[in-house]
Design a protein around this ligand. Structure first.
Ligand SMILES: [Mn+2]
Length: 360
């Protein structure tokens, strides 16, 4: 690989002793090195930074926000996170709220807004806080760091690239920086990688990423098995029961009713109430329903106030285009959308119509 001038000395990666790991980090960084430099320049220039993940945060969103928070605070900067939702239960063991005092967000206090793992402005609390408008009208930079293929690049600086997780992009960025990538910060970044890849599985098309993250876990003296187990191999008893009931109620629709074999799981609010679970418990469902061998597409729907939250998963089929057709976005085999002002029944009809249109 050609060495570029962009790699300065004494970066985080230069302190690693494993030269094979260092060369792999450089190789993984090369296609995005210019965006990384712009992102790091924006961070360097800011002394107070506001960080936001996406609504209904998953492990990658929590890992990205908290990994950055930790690093930026260790670098002596003022850094805060926009609190947007209850945290996913599998993140509890990391104690992500430690050291965080939640307060009313005053956008004017910050020099830089970093939005992570968020494909479009309607996926974070922008409407409520008018963050994009306030930063842009004051000519303050907005840095978007994300790995969703459908990202609309709504920042003034965008580190947006195909990657196994947003925390992976952040890891590459920090390895190319002088910012203190602490053990605590890397723990969150590793956790985001594990959760978003379903325990490394979805990153098998980029085996270097698995090697790199495992080697770094080793470097930071973390126990990868412990984090992996906590992240993807354990679920609360009530969630297990809820997942079982939701699975039993799942319909498998096959041709000719739909052009492609589709498993549809619909979660009425009553079901969550019965198990005393919050909406975040639904996040456990899509990958589970996608296990159904006879289904090409898995659809999970749940109600949230007047809207229906929809997740799509597939084994091979492109469900990104299905989400986009319905106003959402995501990845090729994992995507989602929100169908506004709708009942579960109406949303299901809309989804079936889109499936007939796209896969016939
Ligand atoms: Mn993600």
């Amino acid at each position: 690989m050609k060495e570029t001038n962009s790699f300065k000395s004494k970066l985080n990666m230069d302190m690693l002793t494993d030269q094979f790991l260092v060369s792999m980090i450089k190789e993984q960084t090369t296609p995005i090195v210019q965006d990384i430099e712009k992102a790091l320049a924006a961070i360097d220039n800011a002394s107070s930074i506001l960080i936001s993940g996406h609504i209904r945060p998953d492990g990658d969103s929590v890992g990205s926000t908290n990994g950055l928070l930790n690093t930026l605070r260790a670098a002596g900067k003022i850094a805060d996170i926009v609190k947007i939702w209850d945290l996913p239960s599998q993140a509890e063991f990391l104690n992500p709220e430690a050291g965080i005092e939640w307060q009313e967000i005053v956008p004017e206090k910050y020099d830089l807004l970093i939005v992570v793992d968020t494909s479009s402005p309607d996926r974070f609390l922008n409407e409520k806080h008018k963050l994009l408008e306030k930063f842009k009208s004051n000519s303050k930079p907005v840095l978007v760091i994300d790995h969703h293929g459908t990202n609309s690049k709504f920042g003034s600086i965008n580190l947006v690239s195909h990657a196994p997780s947003t925390t992976y992009l952040i890891t590459l960025m920090l390895m190319n920086s002088h910012l203190p990538l602490t053990k605590e910060a890397f723990k969150f970044l590793f956790f985001g990688f594990v959760t978003d890849t379903g325990g490394f599985a979805f990153s098998l098309d980029n085996p270097e990423s698995i090697f790199l993250m495992l080697k770094l876990a080793n470097h930071y003296d973390l126990d990868p098995w412990f984090i992996y187990r906590k992240a993807v191999r354990e679920k609360p008893y009530t969630v297990m029961k809820f997942v079982s009931e939701a699975t039993i109620s799942t319909k498998l629709i096959t041709p000719p009713e739909l052009p492609i074999r589709t498993a549809i799981c619909s979660v009425p609010p009553e079901m969550l109430e019965r198990y005393n679970l919050k909406n975040e418990a639904v996040a456990a469902l899509p990958s589970h329903i996608n296990l159904i061998q006879e289904a090409d597409i898995a659809v999970v729907m749940s109600a949230e106030e007047q809207d229906i939250i929809v997740s799509f998963r597939s084994k091979e089929t492109d469900v990104q285009k299905l989400a986009v057709e319905l106003g959402g976005g995501g990845h090729l085999r994992a995507s989602g959308t929100t169908i506004k002002n709708s009942t579960l029944q109406e949303a299901e009809e809309k989804i079936k119509k889109a499936i007939r249109k796209l896969y016939s």
